[in-house]
Design a protein. Structure first.
Length: 119
């Protein structure tokens, strides 16, 4: 079983920055991709970005150019640097880990961290 612990959320003003971290532990030998999802009030959870252990990042269009996902394989930790924040980025951000892209978003969720962006 994989345990994911997120940290780094909080309150930021529009145009500001926050950095999220997610540390993985437990049965992680077969984890090859890690991702960040977010869920705003009244909306479905959506994929924000994912990255493979090889370091290939993919972003959803709304955050491309503003957010940067990175991974530290030695620490089994994935980060999300969020710059130029907008009020519409307000959501609970969840970390996810999977053995392959086919299983991304199906299991292994963190507890979530709240990000609130004020205008």
């Amino acid at each position: 079983q994989v345990q994911l612990v997120e940290s780094g959320g909080g309150l930021a003003q529009a145009g500001g920055s926050l950095r999220l971290s997610c540390a993985a532990s437990g049965t992680i030998f077969n984890i090859n991709v890690m991702a960040w999802y977010r869920q705003a009030p009244g909306k479905q959870r959506e994929l924000v970005a994912y990255i493979t252990r090889a370091g290939s990042p993919i972003y959803t269009r709304s955050v491309n150019g503003r957010f940067t996902i990175s991974i530290d394989n030695a620490k089994n930790t994935v980060y999300l640097q969020m710059n130029s924040l907008k009020p519409e980025d307000t959501a609970v951000y969840y970390c996810n880990a999977a053995s392959s892209l086919a299983f991304l978003g199906q299991a292994n969720w963190g507890q979530g961290t709240q990000v609130t962006v004020s205008s």
